[in-house]
Design a protein around this ligand. Structure first.
Ligand code: BG6
Length: 515
């Protein structure tokens, strides 16, 4: 029997990764994220045969441009940003299914045009299409888009069938508790929770997913994963870059909103949550929410007891051998800006597993190097027999999940130095992704777009998760807003952060690692 010809879009698919016929509609089609991440992600999915045979991409934006011009913009984005070279065969197929609809985000008629275009595609192929609406616009128009998706009937197309509509919403998901609640309310008025996919791109990173595999597919960690053996945990999300050209956004955001409330707290939740009863989206998200609920409100006043938070702005310094200006001297930053570019926090978790074990989180721009790491520091051995002499160089056992770059996992142990007397030295056992698996791993957005198409919400944030994390973060934002610049520390660009960050750990007898 002759082999069936392989469809350009459908060759690498394993059964459970199959999505129904789909049209992805990107709101904010001319934005930076669309060019850098979304279009290349879709192209790479096409390249790997992971898109359904009937797949369409529609860009939606205010600018009026013909389909052909949007196809050219998409091609340029793929050439510049895709992790794979563009294959003429794959692109020809995808280009023919790349369309554009123009209109205002608050213009009801534009959504009717979009609806008609999707219906005419369905007529052409004689099948229903799942619509996946990707909202990647500035947050000021989120509510308007959601409302119009509802009013035009796009939100409820084919409801409760495999082709029901879905919506992916980009960050920032609110700027505080009240605005996040309003956004959740807007979303759940027009969509059911199962249709909503709130993005945190850190969850799409391979190493973040590996954290779940390491914790729950290996039996050696669980017996140690608690207050009896773990002294504390340090989560670092450090960046070398400064504010760059994003002053308009960053001045309204700051590090706490931009990196801690979402990315760093997700890392915390995955590290500390209880084992889920199964590997399904709701079981995993239930455990994350339970963990977030067990976190104490952070202490803000430094009167009798030390505060749990520190913030700072970068001052001029050296990064990568080059002189760089301080935050205040960057383009479009207010001279009296009270926006923090660094934050460090101590979280206390009140449950049987973690009572008394501090979880420290820090993030900042213009730090010594770009690195994201979760370091689990174990307690010292009881009654250490190697303690009494300087022959014994001992380090605390540390298990470090290196999320990026140089992805991997390392364990610090103490070993005997070969020789005729007993000397000790810390040694590192390393697992590196690049060496074991090679380095061409999918980008976070590839995994996330595919998961949303399939309807798998495991790597997306549920409404109650955003609510709980904003409940913890909002009082800190309000406190800092009331303080203005009072208490704002500084750190030299290219350093590991301000003195107040070191002091935060010193109050409980700890010190930051230099990852
Ligand atoms: C984004 C923040 O969410 O994450 C940026 O808005 C930050 O300020 C970026 O630079 C970091 O992402 P990554 O994947 O490069 O660590």
């Amino acid at each position: 029997m002759a082999e069936e010809p392989r469809h350009p879009f459908l060759h690498g698919l394993s059964k459970h990764r199959g999505s129904p016929p789909t049209v992805v509609v990107i709101f904010g089609a001319s934005g930076d994220l669309t060019a850098r991440k979304l279009i290349p992600a879709i192209y790479n999915l096409a390249h790997d045969g992971l898109l359904p045979a009937d797949f369409y991409l529609i860009g939606f934006g205010r600018k009026s441009i013909p389909d052909a011009e949007f196809q050219k913009i998409a091609a340029d984005a793929i050439k510049e940003f895709s992790r794979r070279e563009m294959s003429p065969e794959v692109w020809a197929h995808l280009a023919g299914r790349t369309l554009y609809v123009s209109g205002g985000y608050d213009e009801k008629a534009a959504y009717d045009r979009l609806s008609a275009r999707i219906a005419s595609l369905e007529n052409e192929i004689g099948q229903q299409l799942q619509s996946l609406f990707y909202i990647s616009t500035p947050p000021t128009v989120f509510a308007s888009i959601i409302k119009n998706l509802g009013a035009s009937g796009l939100a409820t197309r084919h409801l409760r069938q495999t082709t029901q509509s879905k919506v992916i919403i980009e960050k920032p998901f609110g700027k505080d508790l009240a605005s996040a609640r309003a956004l959740n309310q807007a979303l759940t008025t027009e969509f059911e929770e199962s249709q909503v996919f709130r993005i945190d791109h850190y969850l799409g990173k391979e190493t973040v997913q590996d954290l779940l595999v390491q914790r729950f597919a290996n039996s050696i960690f669980e017996p140690l994963w608690n207050r009896n053996y773990i002294d504390h945990v340090q989560i670092t999300v450090a960046e070398e870059v400064g504010v760059g050209s994003r002053a308009g956004y960053y001045e309204q955001s700051g590090c706490l909103r931009d990196m801690i409330q979402n990315h760093a707290m997700q890392l915390l939740a995955l590290t500390a949550m209880e084992p889920p009863v199964s590997f399904d989206p709701e079981s995993i998200r239930d455990e994350k929410v339970k963990l977030l609920k067990a976190i104490h409100p952070l202490r803000l006043m430094s009167d009798s007891r030390p505060s749990d938070v520190a913030r700072a702005q970068y001052a001029a310094g050296m990064v990568g051998g080059k002189k760089v200006p301080g935050y205040i001297a960057e383009k479009n930053i207010a001279p009296a800006s009270a926006t923090e570019t660094f934050a460090a926090l101590r979280f206390s978790i009140s449950n049987w597993r973690w009572q008394g074990v501090p979880f420290y989180l820090r993030s900042g721009k213009r730090l010594a190097r770009r690195v994201t790491e979760i370091a689990v520091r174990f307690k010292p051995t009881p009654g250490n027999i190697f303690a009494e002499s300087d022959r014994f160089n001992l380090a605390p056992n540390t298990l470090a999940f290196q999320i990026q770059p140089d992805e991997g996992l390392s364990l610090i142990l103490n070993a005997k130095v070969p020789g005729l007397e007993t000397r000790t030295q810390p040694v590192k056992m390393n697992f590196r992704y690049a060496t074991t698996f090679g380095s061409n791993t999918p980008e976070a957005y590839e995994r996330l777009v595919l998961d949303a198409m399939i309807g798998d919400g495991t790597l997306f944030i549920r409404g109650d998760e955003t609510d709980r994390s904003w409940q913890l973060i909002t009082p800190i934002l309000e406190y800092w807003a009331a303080q203005g610049r009072t208490g704002m520390d500084t750190y030299a660009a290219g350093s590991w952060g301000p003195a107040s960050s070191a002091a935060l750990l010193a109050t409980s007898g700890h010190g930051w690692r230099e990852p």
